[in-house]
Design a protein around this ligand. Structure first.
Ligand SMILES: [Fe+2]
Ligand SMILES: [Fe+2]
Length: 199
């Protein structure tokens, strides 16, 4: 079979769906490459900053690595703005959805909320609430999200920071996005790893 016969999903046979599933598995294996391409696209992102969105992401990942963070945090830092081009008003949701099956749950939560936590740095200039994040103040990861933004997001706009190039991160991207999706051993519900390794 090279292509299915059905024109409506309800007419598909068991054989056809199993055939499609195999192709989907193949497609899935190319996910790390697609993530890398999407990161490269960030070069064309928002202007006006002293670094483009790709450079910002590379600085963020480089800082995470320099702080001794583990691979889940480093990759989370690398991809935290990945949805910016398509969802400028809620890219945090996109980035978190992309990583969710492949990293610790804490990383997904921090990516998902980083937009609102970042507001503390600028919302006052728009008569908006810089502390909108406080709706999460009873969440166990509240401080983690504050720290993520403070250490690796708001701080990652310096063009003089010596960051590692995109290709440097490919092995980590391949490792993380080749994990078994939604595996409890990957999600590690309730487990927290530090952003900064103890000195
Ligand atoms: Fe962001
Ligand atoms: Fe960012």
């Amino acid at each position: 079979m090279e292509i299915v016969n059905f024109r409506q999903m309800k007419d598909g046979t068991k054989e056809e769906y199993h055939f499609l599933e195999k192709l989907e598995d193949e497609f899935q294996k190319e996910l790390p490459g697609r993530i890398m391409r999407e990161l490269a696209e960030l070069e064309e992102g928002l202007t006006g900053y002293r670094v483009n969105r790709l450079e910002h992401s590379l600085i963020s990942a480089t800082m995470a690595e320099a702080d001794g963070a583990d691979i889940d945090w480093i990759v989370a830092a690398l991809v935290h703005d990945i949805g910016d081009g398509l969802a400028p008003k809620n890219h945090d949701t996109i980035a978190s959805a992309i990583v969710a099956p492949y990293v610790r749950e804490e990383c997904t939560w921090v990516l998902k909320t980083h937009g609102i936590f970042q507001m503390v740095y600028y919302a006052q200039h728009f008569d908006d609430d810089p502390y909108a994040r406080d709706k999460y103040k009873d969440h166990p990861l509240y401080q983690k999200a504050i720290d993520f933004c403070e250490f690796w997001d708001q701080s990652a706009f310096d063009p003089d920071y010596e960051y590692k190039p995109l290709e440097y991160w490919r092995p980590m991207v391949e490792e993380v996005f080749s994990r078994k999706a939604w595996d409890p051993a990957v999600l590690q519900s309730g487990v927290e790893m530090p952003l900064k390794a103890a000195a």
